[in-house]
Ligand binder design. Structure first.
Ligand SMILES: [Zn+2]
Length: 239
């Protein structure tokens, strides 16, 4: 058996890429990197203090998530939000999240109920304590991820994974209201209650209602213009 314990450079590279991806994704979702901002690999590598190739890989993953777009002669930029595209995305997301909640209700066991309960309680605490938008976004995404994990349909998981990034980017760049986290977590609790009551119909309805309300809030935000601290660049309201 080999005693050579030298670290595999490929593994280190992919760890760095993972870290870069998580940092860049968080920056995009929290609006520190705004729609239209350039994602220059050399500049980001310097900023993150790592080499270019993991950064390049991270940027490719953002493009795959729909969070970044490749623009000819400019390179990758943070995706701009096309309001009609987002509306269509939410129409599809509503059906898929409803289905995920229905399937999750049928698969739910005591361990998963406890996981949901813990996540929800932590989320409610974060929201009640006020300003911690990053934690709110992460817990929001974690909640929906847990639903599809419990639902256990790989096709649905892939479909929801690929739209999740863009759905959240749109939400947080178009609609940054102090009410947002409070309303979201209350709707999450309603989904949880329907799931734990063992009622797939009610769970599906509650999940659809949650996404439908997000879509309505988004369209209202567009109608009244971007939030005071929201980015104006990249927002293209439908005429
Ligand atoms: Zn949600």
């Amino acid at each position: 058996m080999s005693t050579n314990r030298s670290v595999n450079p490929v593994a280190v590279g992919s760890l760095l890429a993972e870290r870069a991806y998580e940092e860049l994704k968080a920056a995009v979702l929290a609006n520190r990197l705004r729609p239209g901002d350039a994602l220059s690999v050399p500049a980001l590598a310097t900023q993150l203090g790592i080499s270019r190739s993991p950064v390049r890989e991270a940027v490719q993953r953002l493009i795959h998530d729909g969070l970044a777009t490749h623009v000819p002669h400019r390179g990758a930029v943070v995706s701009t939000i096309d309001v009609e595209d987002v509306r269509q995305l939410y129409v599809v997301r509503e059906v898929m999240e409803g289905l995920a909640a229905r399937l999750a209700t049928e698969q739910l066991d005591a361990t998963k109920v406890a996981e949901f309960r813990t996540l929800l309680e932590q989320h409610e605490q974060v929201v009640a304590s006020g300003e911690n938008e990053k934690a709110h976004i992460e817990m929001d995404m974690a909640y929906h991820r847990l639903i599809r994990e419990v639902a256990g349909n790989s096709h649905l998981t892939v479909a929801l994974d690929t739209i999740q990034g863009k759905a959240h980017l749109a939400l947080h760049s178009l609609w940054r209201s102090p009410d947002a986290p409070r309303l979201a977590v209350a709707e999450h609790r309603r989904i949880f209650e329907a799931m734990t009551a063992g009622d797939p119909d009610a769970a599906e309805q509650a999940a659809r209602e949650h996404i439908r309300r997000l879509r309505i809030r988004l369209s209202q935000a567009v109608a009244t213009g971007p939030a005071p601290d929201g980015p104006e660049a990249g927002v293209r309201p439908v005429p």
